[in-house]
Design a binder for this molecule. Structure first.
Ligand SMILES: NC(=O)c1ccc[n+]([C@@H]2O[C@H](COP(=O)([O-])OP(=O)(O)OC[C@H]3O[C@@H](n4cnc5c(N)ncnc54)[C@H](OP(=O)(O)O)[C@@H]3O)[C@@H](O)[C@H]2O)c1
Length: 224
């Protein structure tokens, strides 16, 4: 069975990815900040500690995975940050922190696990973005910090897809839907189970033709 790496799997969508891939018999590497999970889904799961803001932590993950093939990597770790920031009161510290987690960390992780993906047979590198990061879809304003962090992630993933063409990496960003997690809240439109079932179906069908593109969890393409 293939091997998947799920980054940011302590709860929410990441934990559900671990549950579903493990239940299907995949070999799962999962990260969270504690290096273990309170919830222990059944299956072949190895937990790794990872604080995505720290390059040393990313380097330690790369060292732990050295020589092991990874077919699919799904980068889920993300934060919303303050939603209410206004132009009259910029919170530079909070904004920088969200950019570090949502934008810089996925690229740093991608660089660290590239050798593992090259050993794998699927070479799929997926990052969870958000519809809120779509500039074209933005009709409602607000949420400057999160929107800009995910718009920048989209730009980063598109760039990565071009720069890794020679490696045959498939670099795709997905909106997981509005999901009932700690981030999405109780009014979200879908459960983590529905979101991840849809995302896994889309990931399974990814080819180079979908690299450098942005999709909803149901396969609908989203505009940048
Ligand atoms: N839920 C939605 O409706 C929705 C919609 C669009 C996009 N998304 C995106 O989907 C992804 C997953 O969201 P979710 O709803 O599952 O969120 P969540 O329930 O809030 O979980 C966030 C995950 O990210 C991890 N994380 C945060 N900061 C981290 C850091 N510095 N280092 C390592 N891990 C860190 C958290 O770990 P800890 O437990 O250690 O904090 C947790 O595992 C995010 O990228 C989010 O932006 C979600």
């Amino acid at each position: 069975m293939p091997t998947v790496l799920i980054v940011g799997a302590s709860r929410g969508i990441g934990l559900e990815f671990v549950r579903q891939y493990a239940a299907e018999g995949w070999t799962v590497h999962a990260t969270n900040r504690a290096g273990k999970s309170d919830q222990q889904p059944a299956g072949n799961i190895t937990w790794h500690p990872l604080e995505v803001r720290e390059q040393a932590s990313i380097d330690a993950l790369a060292a732990a995975l050295k020589g092991q093939s990874i077919d699919v990597a799904v980068l889920c770790a993300g934060v919303m940050g303050p939603r209410t920031m206004v132009p009259e009161a910029i919170d530079r510290t909070a904004w920088a922190d969200v950019l570090a987690i949502n934008t810089m960390a996925p690229l740093a992780v991608a660089g660290a696990i590239r050798p593992n993906l090259l050993l794998g047979s699927q070479r799929k590198l997926v990052a969870l973005s958000s519809r809120l990061g779509s500039i074209a879809c933005n009709e409602t304003g607000s949420t400057y910090i999160y929107r800009s962090s995910k718009a920048a992630l989209n730009a980063v993933w598109r760039t990565l897809s071009i720069d890794t063409r020679g490696d045959g990496l498939i670099c795709t960003v997905f909106h997981p839907g509005w999901v009932r997690t700690d981030m999405g809240g109780p009014n979200g439109e879908i459960s983590p189970e529905e979101s991840v079932a849809g995302l896994r179906k889309q990931i399974a069908g990814l080819t180079m033709a979908e690299s450098g593109r942005f999709f909803n969890y149901d396969g609908t393409e989203l505009p940048w």
